[in-house]
Design a protein around this ligand. Structure first.
Ligand SMILES: Nc1ncnc2c1ncn2[C@@H]1O[C@H](COP(=O)(O)OP(=O)(O)O)[C@@H](O)[C@H]1O
Ligand SMILES: [Mg+2]
Length: 394
């Protein structure tokens, strides 16, 4: 097929040609946002799932829905390298300025800006050239205690009050939440708690790897009740077929039934892999319909492409000892393993490798699906590692 019209979109955060199997989460987003807008209690939520299942794509959708509903929405940069205040200050400043550009400045918006000024002074973050409201003085006694918990709650409350005074609602969207430091996460959770107690129209919608749920609970035990944690998983075989078939069909191209089934099986319905297989099957096929033989040929190319990007970028971020730990896991097989079994595979004690395991969890490489178990956050990562050890990885 013509590579120019290839509809598939493998890549982190790439908008898929067909957003399959996510109706429930989209509906939940609509309801959550609509409720907050009319002043009803509405739970913030965090999407959790492995790498490549489509969390970032869903957050983009959330932002789009929020904007179309008249929300003031802000997609916060990912917290991997910066602190939470560093990320929130420019984001909340943008939000307040947008509240401000409506016909007249209300006291509440001004107070919001003054509170932001005082928060920024207190956390002493350089926020670049544009000051938080150039001519604005800090709000004395608010968000300036030096205690991040109190100050962040004060700040969120002031921003929430500003939105309420405007009759608007705010959506704050944050990706890769598992990277937030515990102290900052705890402050963020407290701030959302304050917002929810005061019934202010501000919703936090986040996403992260499965360890996120435990991290939130560890930061604040009530986080479990404060948020919902919808799971973003691989697509069902049916939805995988839709994700694959519909974009081709719109270009006047068909897949043979067995070719569709083969892709669904080979990819196990993981969205990233579906895009990769779809993309290469399209390029390999000479004409419509795309056959199972085309898919087989494409499969090698798809795996090579994943090895060089999706898998490789993760692998390159760990130390040699961390790699050994992961190789031991992969050796035992793709399913989750007990810490004891992994240590035994390495010929060491569980205690001696506990720091390595923690570090891999922090780096977002592995997580604990159940107490004492360890699994990869990247689907099919064990197969990749086995290709690396046997020298067959691209
Ligand atoms: N519902 C879906 N149906 C089909 N493809 C999807 C879907 N969601 C995401 N994708 C594709 O999966 C890939 C990974 O999406 P991304 O949002 O980056 O995942 P994550 O943030 O969970 O790692 C992208 O290529 C995207 O186009
Ligand atoms: Mg993502």
């Amino acid at each position: 097929m013509d590579p120019v019209t290839n509809p598939y979109a493998p890549g982190a955060g790439s908008q898929p040609p067909e957003l399959a199997g996510r109706d429930e989460i989209i509906e939940k987003t609509r309801t959550t946002l609509a409720r907050a807008q009319i002043g009803r209690t509405s739970k913030s939520f965090m999407l959790v799932g492995l790498r490549g299942v489509g969390k970032t794509v869903l957050l983009n959708k959330v932002e789009e829905i929020a904007n179309s509903r008249g929300y003031v929405a802000s997609f916060v940069e990912t917290p991997e390298t910066k602190t939470l205040p560093q990320l929130l200050i420019p984001s909340l400043r943008r939000i307040l300025f947008r509240l401000d550009t409506q016909e007249r400045v209300t006291e509440a918006v001004k107070r919001g800006l003054m509170t932001l000024r005082s928060f920024a002074n207190t956390v002493k973050v350089s926020i670049g050239d544009v000051e938080v409201g150039l001519n604005i003085a800090p709000q004395k006694g608010v968000a300036d205690s030096g205690d991040l918990d109190t100050d962040m709650s004060d700040l969120f409350e002031a921003v929430g009050q500003a939105a309420k005074a405007r009759g608007l609602a705010i959506a704050i969207v944050i990706d890769e939440l598992q990277y937030i430091k515990e102290k900052e996460f705890s402050s963020l959770i407290m701030a959302i708690h304050r917002i929810s107690q005061k019934q202010l129209p501000l919703i936090l919608i986040g996403a992260g790897l499965p360890q996120l749920v435990g991290l939130a609970g560890k930061a604040k035990s009530y986080a479990e009740r404060l948020f919902d944690y919808p799971v973003v998983d691989a697509l069902s075989p049916n939805d995988a077929v839709i994700a694959l078939r519909e974009p081709a069909r719109r270009e006047g191209v068909e897949f043979m039934e067995d070719a569709l089934k083969l892709v669904a099986k080979m990819t196990k319905g993981y969205p990233y892999f579906l895009q990769e297989w779809g993309y290469h099957s399209w390029n390999v096929a000479r004409s419509s319909p795309i056959t199972a033989a085309d898919v087989h040929t494409a499969s090698d190319i798809a795996i090579a492409s994943l090895d060089k990007s999706f898998f490789r970028v993760r692998f390159d971020r760990v130390t040699p000892r961390e790699k050994d730990y992961m190789f031991a896991m992969a050796n035992l097989g793709a399913e989750p393993h007990r810490s004891g079994d992994i240590a035994a595979e390495l010929g060491v004690t569980v205690e001696s490798v506990a720091p390595i395991r923690s570090s891999l969890i922090k780096k977002g490489m592995i997580f604990s699906p159940a107490h004492g178990d360890t699994a990869f956050t990247v689907p099919m990562f064990a197969d990749y590692l086995n290709r690396v050890s046997s020298g067959t990885a691209s």
